[in-house]
Write a protein that binds this ligand. Structure first.
Ligand code: ATP
Ligand code: MG
Length: 269
């Protein structure tokens, strides 16, 4: 027997969410659902509002209207730390690692508090299995990793905490193909282990290979939502129409270009 999809099975639900940055309206009545155990890709061109949706979900941006539900609990307006405590982990754009700590120390920091000391070893072992490139570098200072490797480490840190819902924002941006493979391999493992995922991406193909469903944003509104298998054509026409101007809107920091030397970036400055 399969129950009809409904709010009880939604891990994350945004209902008619609007959000602003000062006088600028970034989201207009955005509604989307991430069912428990599913992977939803959030797609759209630069400036569409993808990161803002991620920030609203994790409590970094407070919506001006609408509701946010996490596992059926109304968390609208909750501070980010309380939402994180309920199982939502957000890996924002860019990297968040401690450069003067080793890879292994980075994984341990914060993790003991989340998973408990007894589960720490097993959580770290899972990270080594999912991310062999980190296992090979476990005693290396994180600051000496390439930008792509640091990005993989920030994902590994988040996944080691076994979140109920992981929100990742453009993890593959600017990464060499091998690092993109590592990122998506880790996300696939997380998905197989039952983690619910909201994957913000501009790299449509990889995200849709992983996703069950997709939501396409344009100009702060949902322009399309449906099964991942049907999303590629929609995304292609939308992105073709809007993304030919690269980063000329000037609105985004280029986060993957300030890296230590020698990491094989595909789109350095
Ligand atoms: N901190 C901020 N202050 C003011 N405006 C912002 C801020 N962050 C984002 N914006 C604006 O809000 C809109 C949506 O931005 P957002 O970062 O959510 O888009 P995005 O889809 O994630 O874009 P990108 O693909 O470039 O990451 C953009 O017009 C952006 O310039
Ligand atoms: Mg963004």
């Amino acid at each position: 027997m399969t129950a009809p999809p409904g709010p009880a099975q939604a891990m994350l639900e945004l209902r008619s969410v609007s959000a602003v940055y000062g006088p600028y309206r970034a989201l207009f009545e955005v509604s989307l659902t991430v069912p428990a155990g599913a992977v939803v890709a959030l797609l759209g061109p630069n400036g569409a509002g993808k990161s803002t949706v991620a920030r609203v979900a994790s409590g970094l941006v407070r919506p001006t209207a609408g509701r946010v539900l996490l596992d059926s609990v109304d968390v609208t307006g909750w501070p980010a730390y309380r939402i994180a405590r309920r199982g939502l982990l957000h890996v924002p754009e860019g990297r968040a690692v401690f450069g003067s700590l080793t890879v292994q120390e980075n994984l341990r920091v914060g993790l003991a508090a989340r998973v408990g000391r007894r589960a720490l070893g097993a959580a770290i072992d899972r990270a080594w299995t999912s991310f062999p490139l980190l296992a090979d570098r476990r005693n290396q200072l994180a600051g000496t990793l390439s930008g792509g490797q640091q990005r993989v480490l920030s994902l590994a840190k988040a996944l080691a905490a076994a979140p109920a819902l992981l929100v990742v924002d453009e993890l593959s941006l600017g990464l060499a193909p091998a690092m993109v493979d590592a990122v998506y391999g880790g996300l696939q493992d997380a998905r197989d282990a039952g983690t619910t995922l909201l994957v913000v991406e501009q790299q449509v193909d990889r995200a849709l290979e992983l996703a069950d469903a997709a939501v396409i944003l344009a100009h702060g509104s949902v322009s399309w939502a449906g099964p991942a298998a049907e999303a590629a054509a929609e995304a292609a026409s939308l992105l073709d129409a809007t993304s030919g101007s690269d980063d000329s809107d000037g609105g985004r920091p280029q986060e993957a270009d300030d890296l230590p030397a020698g990491q094989g970036l595909v789109n350095g400055p």
